[in-house]
Design a protein around this ligand. Structure first.
Ligand code: ZN
Length: 130
């Protein structure tokens, strides 16, 4: 939207063309409102980008999940973060076995022992599997 020229409005008033001047002032007010709305939208976009950057800076990739740099015990879903930029905290269902309650993906880290091959914990024979 082109802004009405202020000098043009002054000139209209000086020559007594108040109706035209009022129309120009109304255009100016509409333009100001439009710019206010655009400014608000831009401020919100900047805020969202700053938050996304702060989140990105706070996370670190530690296969198979993201962890918070300040506290690596906070683990986040790789799938949700990479797809939507959302940091969804993982729930540890059993030692080393993590689930995202949002996308239902499961992650196993180095602490996980597969019960079917964890013969020490199961007391089963590693050769026969029974
Ligand atoms: Zn997820």
């Amino acid at each position: 939207m082109a802004l009405p020229n202020y000098q043009e409005i002054v000139a209209l008033i000086k020559k007594g063309a108040t109706i035209e001047a009022q129309e120009k002032i109304m255009e100016l007010r509409e333009a100001a409102l439009e710019y206010q709305n655009e400014n608000l939208a831009l401020k919100n976009a900047v805020k969202e980008l700053k938050e996304a950057l702060a989140l990105r800076d706070s996370l670190e990739w530690q296969k198979p999940y993201y962890v918070r740099k300040q506290n690596p015990e906070d683990k986040f879903c790789q799938c949700c973060y990479d797809a939507d930029g959302r940091a969804i905290r993982l729930q540890e269902l059993e030692r080393g076995y993590w689930r995202c309650v949002q996308c239902k993906n499961d992650y196993m880290d180095g602490n996980y022992k597969d019960p079917s091959t964890d013969f020490e914990a199961s007391g089963r024979n590693p050769i026969t599997g029974y």
